[in-house]
Design a protein around this ligand. Structure first.
Ligand code: CA
Ligand code: CA
Ligand code: CA
Length: 271
C-alpha cells in the first residue's frame, strides 16, 4: 500500500513539472507577442489627413501627417492653404501621392517625399481624385472628371504620359491595381447602378464583377493574392463592407452597422 501511495505522489510530481513547464513556455510566447505589438518596426508608418492644426473652424486647411503604427511621433508634412488629403504611400515607402484642393472635393494630384520635401503638383486643372501608385511604383492611377464625366487615367510619376483607360459617359472612379499590376478594379454606374468592375491594366476587357441593387461605389481593393475584392456598398440607406471573388461569386456582407467605408487588405494569406 505504501509503495502504491509513494508511486501515486511520484506521478503527481512528474505531471506537475510537465504542466508548469508548459505554462512557462506559453508565458514566454505571450511576452514575445506583447513585445512585438508594443515595439513596431522602425520602417512601418501610417500616413493620414487631418485638420487638427486648424486655426479656426472655417479655414478648411487639412494637412498630410505621418506617424508610427502605434500613433506616436505624429509629424505634419504639408503646410499649405487648402485641403491636402487622400494620401497614399509609394510601394517602396519613399514618396506620398495625394490630392490638394480648395474644398476637399476634386483637386490636383501632388507628390512629395516621405519627409515632406519636394511638394510638387503634377496636374493644374483641379479635376482629380483618389491617386494610387502602381505596384511597381512607376505610375499613378487616378480618377478625373476633366473630360466632363469621371474616368480612370494613368500617368508617370512626373505627370507625363497621361492615358485614359475608360471611355464611357458614366462615372468611373476609385481605381486600384491588383498586386501583380495586371488588372485594375474600379467602380462605375454605366449600367444605371454602381457596380464593381475589373479591367486589364491597359483598359481592355472591362468586366462587371458585382450585379445587385446596392450602390457598390466604395473604394474596391484587391486581396494580396488577387483572388478577391473588398469594397463598401450601400443597401437600405447604410454602407457596409462586402467581400467578393473577382468573378462576382460569393458576394458576402461582412459588417452590419451604420456606415462602414474604405476597406483595405493587409498583406498575408487568406484562409
Ligand atoms: Ca493644407
Ligand atoms: Ca466615364
Ligand atoms: Ca450594385
Amino acid at each position: 500500500m505504501k509503495r502504491f501511495v509513494r508511486g501515486f505522489f511520484v506521478i503527481i510530481f512528474i505531471l506537475s513539472v510537465i504542466i508548469v513547464g508548459i505554462g512557462c513556455k506559453n508565458t514566454g510566447e505571450d511576452k514575445q507577442v506583447t513585445m512585438i505589438k508594443a515595439v513596431p518596426t522602425k520602417e512601418a508608418k501610417i500616413v493620414f489627413a487631418s485638420d487638427k492644426d486648424r486655426i479656426s473652424n472655417q479655414d478648411n486647411n487639412y494637412e498630410i501627417y505621418i506617424m508610427n503604427v502605434d500613433g506616436t511621433a505624429q509629424v505634419r508634412l504639408t503646410d499649405k492653404p487648402g485641403v491636402d488629403n487622400a494620401p497614399c504611400f509609394s510601394p517602396d515607402g519613399t514618396k506620398i501621392v495625394f490630392i490638394h484642393s480648395s474644398d476637399g472635393g476634386n483637386g490636383n494630384i501632388c507628390i512629395m517625399n516621405v519627409d515632406g520635401s519636394g511638394y510638387t503638383e503634377l496636374t493644374d486643372d483641379s479635376y482629380y481624385r483618389t491617386p494610387r501608385f502602381s505596384p511597381d511604383g512607376s505610375k499613378i492611377i487616378f480618377s478625373s472628371m476633366r473630360d466632363k464625366d469621371f474616368n480612370i487615367y494613368l500617368m508617370r510619376l512626373d505627370g507625363s504620359k497621361q492615358s485614359r483607360l475608360t471611355d464611357e459617359p458614366s462615372e468611373e472612379r476609385y481605381p486600384c491595381f491588383s498586386p501583380d499590376g495586371s488588372k485594375i478594379t474600379f467602380t462605375s454606374n454605366r449600367d444605371g447602378n454602381y457596380e464593381i468592375y475589373i479591367m486589364n491594366s491597359d483598359g481592355s476587357k472591362q468586366i462587371k464583377v458585382t450585379n445587385n441593387p446596392g450602390v457598390d461605389h466604395g473604394e474596391p481593393c484587391f486581396s494580396p493574392d488577387g483572388s478577391k475584392i473588398v469594397l463598401s456598398s450601400m443597401l437600405n440607406q447604410t454602407t457596409n463592407i462586402y467581400l467578393t471573388n473577382i468573378d462576382g461569386s460569393e458576394y458576402t456582407q461582412l459588417t452590419d452597422n451604420v456606415e462602414n467605408w474604405s476597406p483595405n487588405f493587409s498583406s498575408g494569406a487568406i484562409n
